[in-house]
Design a protein around this ligand. Structure first.
Ligand SMILES: NC(=O)c1ccc[n+]([C@@H]2O[C@H](COP(=O)([O-])OP(=O)(O)OC[C@H]3O[C@@H](n4cnc5c(N)ncnc54)[C@H](O)[C@@H]3O)[C@@H](O)[C@H]2O)c1
Length: 340
């Protein structure tokens, strides 16, 4: 048997954690044949809850789950891990602006970045789910620099990507497996730009562009992006309003999709949305953790190049870039660093 992958989930006593750990443990991410040790981190007051989750995972009797460790300190959490799902954060509550979250969360991700540098493998790959996800990932990468390359850090926009794909599928009268190459540009926030202008729909066996499959350009430029939060940009706020809790099951599934594709690769001709450090593509300032279309092979992502952007798209991308630059500067200030 190959030596098991050590997979860390932070915030594992929380609601996303509860869905996520089972999906990882039963092979949805790394495959059913890959042995896994799950490391569950939460804060000390949640130790008993964490232990309950650990017991339940044991009771799931999963063949390839070779260990479950429940821990409440960063050293035990980050030592020798291969993958980190950084979910633990202060979640957004109804009516709370994401900017209020930033200051509270930056401290957590600075500390975890330093812990990654000190204890994790230099090859560790990281997905940040905890909000504000892009900026938390930026801070985490900054404090892990020197040990772990920035390109091993990412933030999750896959939930937005999945939401957008599902809406296109419904409008086109197909199942979601027949939709590909939707793009989420920018920040995981209400400024994100869900873009279907390069997406494809397989309708009755032939591939057509999503705009003609949907057959409603006005909806694509307004309702699809955000009408009272029914569709993509503000869907998270609507879920909070209805459930009184933020998206958990769908967020966990999206985190699994993100790492699954990073681990296994994307199929030929398909791309997915992933927030990764910009290399300057599409004029996005270098280093900003920005959601781009990416293809993945051999565990390495590549930003899809050469997609044409019309004026509408350029305008939307400029708005989300501006927000990310502001968040970055606020986060750096909260860490006592000067602006970039
Ligand atoms: N990127 C996305 O698409 C997306 C989608 C949904 C939710 N989220 C975010 O994910 C995060 C978690 O959501 P949730 O619903 O599971 O929240 P939750 O409150 O149910 O769970 C969060 C858990 O994190 C723990 N935690 C807090 N600080 C920690 C630390 N320093 N180290 C380890 N654990 C810590 C808490 O004790 C809690 O158990 C929130 O920030 C939420 O906004 C992101």
């Amino acid at each position: 048997m190959a030596s098991p992958l050590r997979v860390l989930v932070t915030g594992a006593a929380g609601q996303i954690g509860y869905s996520l750990v089972l999906q990882i443990a039963k092979g949805d991410v790394f495959g059913k044949e890959t042995p896994i040790v799950l490391v569950l981190l939460d804060i000390p007051p949640m130790a008993a809850v964490l232990e309950g989750v650990q017991f339940e995972l044991t009771d799931c009797a999963l063949a390839n789950l070779t260990g479950v460790e429940a821990v409440t300190n960063e050293k035990d959490a980050f030592t020798n891990i291969d993958y980190a799902f950084l979910v633990g954060a202060m979640p957004r509550k109804e009516g709370m602006e994401r900017k209020d979250l930033l200051a509270a969360n930056v401290r957590i991700f600075k500390s975890q970045g330093a812990a990654l540098a000190e204890f994790a493998k230099p090859t560790t790959k990281v997905i940040v789910v905890g909000n504000p996800a892009n900026t938390n990932a930026f801070i985490c990468a900054k404090y892990a620099a020197g040990k772990i390359p920035a390109r091993n850090f990412s933030a999750m926009t896959r939930l937005d990507h999945n939401r957008a794909s599902a809406q296109v599928a419904i409008k086109s009268g197909v199942t979601v497996g027949n939709v590909k190459n939707v793009i989420i540009w920018g920040n995981h926030s209400s400024t994100q730009f869900p873009d279907v202008s390069h997406a494809k729909v397989n309708k009755n066996g032939s591939e057509v562009d999503a705009v003609s499959a949907v057959g409603d350009s006005a909806w694509l430029q307004s309702g699809f992006i955000s009408v009272r939060g029914v569709t993509v940009q503000k869907r998270g706020a609507v879920i909070i309003e209805r459930r009184k809790l933020s998206s958990a099951m769908s967020a966990a599934k999206a985190a699994c999709d993100h790492i699954h594709d990073w681990y296994k690769g994307t199929p030929a001709g398909s791309f997915v949305s992933m927030a990764v450090p910009s290399d300057g593509s599409y004029g996005i300032p270098e280093g900003l953790i920005f959601s781009f279309p990416v293809t993945i092979s051999n565990g390495e992502w590549k930003i899809v190049q050469g997609l044409e952007l019309n004026d509408f798209a350029k305008e939307k991308i400029a708005v989300t870039t501006k927000e990310l630059l502001e968040e970055r500067d606020e986060a750096l200030a909260a860490c006592g660093e000067s602006k970039q």
